[in-house]
Design a protein around this ligand. Structure first.
Ligand code: BG6
Length: 486
């Protein structure tokens, strides 16, 4: 009973939230590089000047001349530019992962390190070499790299020139990028995922799209799904012994009451994520999606072979993030609370984190059961964790018992899913295994890591790494395959 011997224990990060060095060795700009720091009260801003010097805040797209590559306003602070400087600390960081006993490290490749604008015919060798070095460092310690091709970082040039995934050209550029990295790393990387949290991508920032109306979004999502399916097929062809998954944000949703209206509302809500799973795992567009588009007057433009491509590009596993559950109701007077990429009705049965996200370990078992029962493919929890403020004591120690409690209850819930429900679970890579820039707010003080990084919300600090109490705790969990947890 319990987790298999080859269970992939590890941790997860993303390029734009850790690497920094945003203009080093030929890296091009991404849409994420235009995002300033915010906090729980003040949303992050997209601040961006075009090459012609127009200042554009948020509505900037209206003013961008065709083909502009633009530059970043030096007046603002952009967390991705320095992040935690993994680019220069990766050896030290991976050594710490190894010390915890990681079997896997989930990370992403920055598309613009390989193709600075996204459109070059030849890749940037310095960018490729960087990831060679990172993968070699992992493999030296027996850590399997688990690589996301695209984690919220679309080349800025593709956004400016092609309106990102609104246009079919971007599919081809993405596929060229995927093919390049598959060929280069085929002997080093055996676990891949296509787009991070594909079900929450909806804006200029993550898809490079403009304008942001329902029809443009639906078309861009279709292009993402085709691009993903093409990458899956390529991976199967080029690296037959690799496994490639999708990556979705999964927050199980509960009907607030047994009222049939609430239950129907919940079904409708759940279809928002099931749509992506139906397409990527089962290989077909579900009827409810076509009906929804019909009601909204959206007519998707499809190439003749798009549906065949989707059918042939089914993933080998479902990778997903789990942080919280949510709730559906027809009663719109119910108070709301923030959640991962959403505002959620507040479930009166659950406590929330400092950032308002519902705390629900059993929800992880529910998520695993729902997906395994419906899709029958292996599952991989590639993000989970608690964002919290850590206090560094005078002696440098950090007692993050709250994080240990969170992870302990979630790991036990996933063990139940394996032991009691028969779920096929490949691995667990908790989010932000080393402190990193929070995606929603851009803060450093919202920390997830087992490893503390001395950097503040304005990118100031020594960048020194230190081990939190949870570091030692997680090391024991991995060493005992979680059998030490009660
Ligand atoms: C997921 C993303 O949505 O949640 C990560 O894949 C993100 O990039 C994580 O960091 C946690 O969200 P936040 O806003 O606390 O960083």
């Amino acid at each position: 009973m319990g987790f298999s011997k080859d269970f992939l224990w590890g941790g997860a990060t993303a390029a734009n939230q850790i690497e920094g060095a945003y203009q080093e060795d030929g890296r091009g700009l991404t849409t994420m590089d235009t995002l300033t720091v915010g906090d729980a009260q003040n949303p992050r801003q997209i601040t961006y000047k075009t090459v012609e010097g127009q200042v554009c805040k948020d509505e900037r797209l209206a003013a961008v001349p065709e083909g502009a590559t633009g530059y970043i306003d030096p007046e603002d602070f952009y967390p991705s530019h320095t992040a935690i400087d993994f680019y220069h600390h990766y050896k030290e960081d991976i050594a710490l992962f190894a010390e915890m006993g990681f079997k896997a490290y989930r990370m992403s490749i920055a598309w613009t390190r390989i193709f600075p604008t996204g459109t070059e015919a030849e890749p940037n060798e310095a960018g490729l070499a960087f990831y060679d070095a990172v993968f070699d460092e992992c493999l030296k310690y027996g850590i399997e790299p688990v690589v996301t091709l695209c984690h919220f970082d679309i080349p800025l040039y593709l956004a400016d020139t092609y309106n990102g995934f609104s246009s079919r050209e971007t599919i081809d550029y993405f596929v060229h990028y995927a093919e390049t990295v598959f060929k280069r790393y085929k002997d080093k990387v055996k676990y891949w995922m296509t787009f991070n949290e594909i079900n929450v991508l909806r804006s200029w920032l993550q898809m490079g799209i403009h304008p942001n109306d329902d029809a443009t979004k639906a078309q861009a999502v279709h292009h993402l799904l085709v691009a993903s399916a093409k990458a899956v097929q390529l991976c199967h062809d080029l690296i037959p012994d690799a496994k490639i998954g999708n990556m979705i944000m999964y927050a199980p949703s509960y009907a607030m009451t047994a009222k049939p209206e609430d239950v129907m509302e919940n079904i409708t809500y759940k279809r928002q994520v099931e749509f992506y799973l139906d397409v990527m795992v089962k290989g077909y567009y579900p009827a409810y999606k076509f009906k929804e588009y019909e009601r909204k007057g959206i007519e998707l433009v499809m190439a003749a072979d798009d549906l065949a491509v989707i059918e042939a590009g089914c993933v080998d596993f479902i990778g997903f993030s789990y942080y919280m559950s949510t709730m559906s109701t027809t009663d719109t007077s119910i108070p709301k609370t923030p959640g991962n990429n959403m505002m959620s009705y507040k479930n009166p049965n659950l406590e929330v984190s400092e950032w308002g996200w519902a705390l629900d370990p059993l929800g992880l078992r529910i998520a695993l059961s729902e997906m395994y029962d419906r899709y029958h493919v292996p599952l991989f929890i590639v993000e989970n964790g608690l964002g919290a403020v850590d206090v560094v004591e005078e002696d440098g120690s950090i007692h993050d018992d709250y994080r240990i409690d969170y992870l302990d209850t979630h790991i036990r819930a996933m063990r139940d899913a394996v032991d009691l429900d028969g779920v096929d679970l490949m691995g667990y890579t908790p989010w932000g295994c080393i402190d990193l820039v929070a995606w929603s707010t851009g803060e450093m003080k919202k920390r997830y890591g087992f490893i503390y990084v001395d950097v503040d919300d304005r990118g100031q600090g020594t960048f020194k790494r230190s081990k939190k109490k949870s570091f030692y705790w997680y090391k024991e969990v991995i060493a005992h395959n979680a059998e030490n947890l009660q």
